[in-house]
Design a protein around this ligand. Structure first.
Ligand SMILES: NC(=O)c1ccc[n+]([C@@H]2O[C@H](COP(=O)([O-])OP(=O)(O)OC[C@H]3O[C@@H](n4cnc5c(N)ncnc54)[C@H](O)[C@@H]3O)[C@@H](O)[C@H]2O)c1
Ligand SMILES: N[C@H](CO)Cc1c[nH]c[nH+]1
Ligand SMILES: [Zn+2]
Length: 441
């Protein structure tokens, strides 16, 4: 395995080379969109039979798949199989994630008296149903189970279910089942990839049609969400993981190198940069990386070296601190870690990042698993306009209005003038009527 890590010197790069560093795997889906389309069509027309076929052909299930929905016995077996230390960590994380997300709950309703006797406001209610996608391919994700399930439960969604690819034995990852139960989601189905997104959009076998699907995934999941966006609310775009570790001259290069590997180890389609304006930090990190990579298990070492030596990763040496801020804000990373003795001094300069983790004791790992903020985050540059998954992603807002007799005449007069101007005669007629006359029955 080659352990070559890129050094990108921004001062020596032209605009095109700099722009090339910004590209992500989910911006270039290539033929995945085309190849996901027939999978979706098969689920739409064949339902459960297609899901069973894809479990075998795409998820590599060789064991007995059984019922698509995890049974009570599956949950019991999972609790026995997962190490007590991991169950304790899941409970610790669920408590923190719940505490964080409860703070996000909006007031159920507010009304403002916009004119004397005329009231307008917002009312928040949960969405009726949601499918929570939990990936399982290059890893298992009890973390994502908690991060999608807890806010859905805090929001009060009445019908929530988890969709996750089956294991090769035909079951569900044990810690995913434990995390689902601890977070309060009772239904877990074995379906992954594009076929899972299609099952949520149309309903398939026991998998209910949902109003929305949330959760991150591989390019197959991203592609299916794009193709089905007219059939189901696909929420925030969360594709292959990406990060920037931003380090100033006070940063420890070895920590910078270690933290650069965190998101790079997800897979070859990840993106990960260390951005610094300090040459000593850049060179120290480059020197530390081969040894750190070599200490990883083979598959993860392979992913990290592919990412850090490929077109979407490495060490970025900015021409100045200003240039480093500009790079981060242009890139709009999913995860941003700020390694500095004064991390808050940089916070005001960061405007585009889905998550900002401050200081040497807040590595991305803590955010991914236990701190409380959501680890399902927008990728592909979408952090310029989207935030992390939150409680309000599981709710919708309705406007509410109420006009009294005291406020009506003036409001009606102004509305009538605008209705006439826009040429809407029925709109105008409705506000020309006497609304306080006794009804004629
Ligand atoms: N943005 C976020 O918030 C966030 C959070 C966690 C994970 N992630 C990312 O989610 C992704 C998870 O990917 P994963 O692969 O581990 O799991 P996944 O569940 O997303 O993908 C595996 C599924 O893809 C389908 N698939 C695989 N190869 C296929 C093929 N050739 N044809 C058709 N379908 C195919 C299979 O059905 C399988 O079920 C990673 O890229 C990770 O970085 C992102
Ligand atoms: N980094 C992922 C989001 O991009 C979340 C995660 C979960 N487990 C490990 N990482
Ligand atoms: Zn991660």
């Amino acid at each position: 395995m080659t352990l070559r890590v890129n050094l990108h010197e921004l001062g020596a790069m032209d605009g095109a080379a700099r722009a090339a560093l910004m590209l992500r795997a989910d911006q270039e889906l290539g033929d995945v969109l085309e190849r996901a389309a027939p999978i979706i069509e098969a689920v739409r027309t064949e339902g459960e039979a297609a899901l069973r076929r894809f479990a075998r052909d795409l998820d590599g299930v060789t064991g007995e798949l059984g019922a698509l929905e995890a049974t009570e016995e599956d949950f019991e077996v999972a609790y026995r199989a997962v190490e007590p230390e991991v169950i304790a960590a899941i409970r610790y994380a669920v408590a923190n994630i719940r505490r964080f997300h409860e703070k996000q709950l909006p007031e159920p309703m507010w009304l403002e008296e916009v004119r004397p006797g005329a009231f307008a406001g917002d009312r928040w209610t949960p969405i009726p149903s949601v499918a929570l996608y939990v990936p399982r391919g290059k890893g298992a994700f009890p973390s994502v189970t908690m991060m999608t399930s807890v806010p859905a439960m805090v929001a009060g969604v009445p019908e929530a279910c988890i969709l996750t690819p089956p294991t090769p034995q035909g079951g569900v990852d044990a810690a995913t089942l434990v995390a689902a139960r601890e977070a309060g989601v009772g239904r877990v189905f074995k379906a992954g990839g594009a076929q899972a997104v299609a099952a949520a959009a149309f309903g398939a076998g026991p998998i209910p049609k949902a109003a929305k699907i949330v959760g991150p995934g591989s390019p197959w999941v991203v592609a299916a969400k794009r193709l089905l966006a007219g059939r189901i609310d696909t929420g925030l775009p969360a594709g292959p993981s990406e990060s920037i570790v931003f380090a100033d001259e006070t940063a420890d290069p070895r920590l910078a190198a270690a933290d650069l590997m965190i998101e790079a180890e997800h897979g070859p389609d990840s993106s990960a940069y260390l951005v610094t304006h300090d040459r000593a930090v850049a060179e120290g990190a480059l020197a530390a990386l081969p040894g750190l990579i070599a200490a990883l298990p083979e598959q993860r070492a392979g992913f990290v070296s592919t990412v850090l030596g490929g077109p979407r990763g490495g060490v970025v040496l900015a021409a100045s601190l200003e240039d480093a801020y500009a790079f981060v804000n242009d890139y709009a990373p999913e995860h941003l870690e700020v390694l500095s003795d004064e991390p808050f001094a940089h916070l005001g300069r960061i405007v585009n990042a889905a998550e900002v983790l401050l200081g040497r004791r807040t590595p991305i790992t803590l955010g991914n698993f236990v701190l409380g903020p959501n680890c399902v985050l927008p990728t592909g540059g979408w952090a310029k306009s989207f935030g992390p998954l939150s409680v309000t992603d599981f709710m919708k807002r309705s406007s509410v209005g109420y006009v009294t007799a005291a406020a009506y005449p003036e409001m009606a007069r102004h509305a009538h003038a605008l209705a006439r101007y826009e040429g809407f005669a029925a709109h105008a007629a409705a506000v020309a009527m006497d609304r306080d006359r006794a009804p004629v029955r």
